[in-house]
Write a protein that binds this ligand. Structure first.
Ligand SMILES: NC(=O)c1ccc[n+]([C@@H]2O[C@H](COP(=O)([O-])OP(=O)(O)OC[C@H]3O[C@@H](n4cnc5c(N)ncnc54)[C@H](OP(=O)(O)O)[C@@H]3O)[C@@H](O)[C@H]2O)c1
Length: 322
């Protein structure tokens, strides 16, 4: 099945990608590996060609590479037809030779992902590292043919513009959803102006915008980020109910689901945006990919946007911190 595509600079990807993190970390109990592999292959079979992982995605963030190994196994047979993005995490401390340090991380990721190249290689967090050094090293890795493009995550325009001057970026991956809109102010306009792709992570606000989470929902005790996602405290779930009601209204209107409307909203709003919703459930993965078939008219988009702008958002994570 073919899906319409978009470009992250010169890298062509399906309009909606897939966040693979939850097969290893972040949303409680992880599925058996076989299920995760089938789910990723199912997404590919449904037209998804863009897969997101990171070297640190392992149970409880302890250890390296659990998620990359799963993604590698799932996509080994179709490697030439997919775009794989992964991220390196640099611990605080002296960087030394940036090229050598980053290349070592990259080689580990390539081995786990069973590939000779990475399509998009992100720095996961800045952590006080001079971005110019990273940008220069990434430029060398592009010249080496080991990565096709590079990116940054959770950054504002000051960092992006400094990096862009050294080695043009393929993509910025920031938190972005109907309830996390900081990147609208400066980051997305800058990306659009400079032909940098924008990849929203947590585009469904960790499940809130699916309408399936209520004040009664109990999150898991172990390795579940929903225990601290600001919009998901009991009080804030209740406070954000008008946004969920709005999504349900449009879902009824369009014969879609609230999660699909939240994705269709950002797809309509910006041409260079490619969300990577995450799910460890095969049916929901397909549901999210099918958001590409929910096309809002300009009129529908404008009234949805205006109604959203009238809603107060309870809870804010933003670009700083974790
Ligand atoms: N760069 C970074 O720092 C960073 C940080 C976080 C995440 N990421 C990337 O972004 C990807 C997505 O982010 P995310 O997983 O945190 O947030 P998300 O996509 O906004 O939400 C994931 C949560 O929503 C639920 N969900 C997803 N689709 C649903 C649907 N259609 N109906 C009902 N519930 C649904 C999932 O539950 P089920 O599993 O039960 O469906 C899961 O609990 C990750 O996989 C990862 O690759 C990057």
């Amino acid at each position: 099945m073919n899906m319409k595509t978009r470009f992250l600079r010169d890298i062509e990807v399906s309009e909606v990608g897939m966040g693979c993190m939850a097969f290893s970390h972040g949303y409680g109990k992880i599925p058996p590996e076989e299920y995760s592999i089938e789910a990723i292959q199912g997404a590919y079979g449904h037209g998804c060609t863009f897969f997101d992982t990171a070297e640190v995605y392992s149970p409880n963030l302890s250890g390296i590479g659990h998620n990359e190994r799963i993604v590698g196994k799932a996509l080994a047979g179709v490697r030439d037809d997919v775009v794989i993005a992964t991220k390196l995490f640099l611990r605080v401390g002296p960087l030394g030779n940036a090229y050598k340090t980053i290349r070592k991380h990259l080689e580990g990721s390539m081995e786990r992902l069973q590939t000779d190249w990475i399509d998009i290689y992100y720095l996961h967090r800045m952590g006080g590292i001079p971005v110019e050094k990273v940008a220069e090293a990434m430029g060398q890795l592009i010249d080496d043919g080991l990565i096709r493009g590079w990116g940054l995550s959770q950054v504002d325009v000051d960092i992006i513009s400094r990096a862009q001057r050294v080695t043009p970026l393929a993509a910025i991956q920031n938190i972005y959803s109907m309830v996390e809109r900081d990147s609208e102010k400066r980051v997305i306009p800058f990306c659009m102006e400079h032909n940098i792709g924008f990849v929203p992570f947590s585009p469904i606000a960790s499940g809130l915008l699916s309408g399936k989470i209520t004040t009664e929902t109990k999150f898991e005790r172990n390795d579940d980020v929903r225990n601290w996602v600001p919009q998901l405290s009991t009080a804030n779930i209740a406070g954000n109910q008008p946004i969920i009601d709005l999504l349900k209204e449009y879902a009824d209107l369009k014969g879609a689901t609230p999660a699909q409307i939240s994705l269709a909203w950002m797809l309509h709003k910006y041409p260079g945006v490619v969300p990577i919703p995450g799910s460890k459930n095969k049916e929901r993965i397909v549901e999210n990919l099918d958001a590409v078939n929910v096309r809002l008219t300009t009129e529908e988009f404008v009234s949805l946007e205006e109604a959203l702008n009238r809603c107060k958002v309870y809870g804010h994570r933003g670009l700083g911190g974790f």
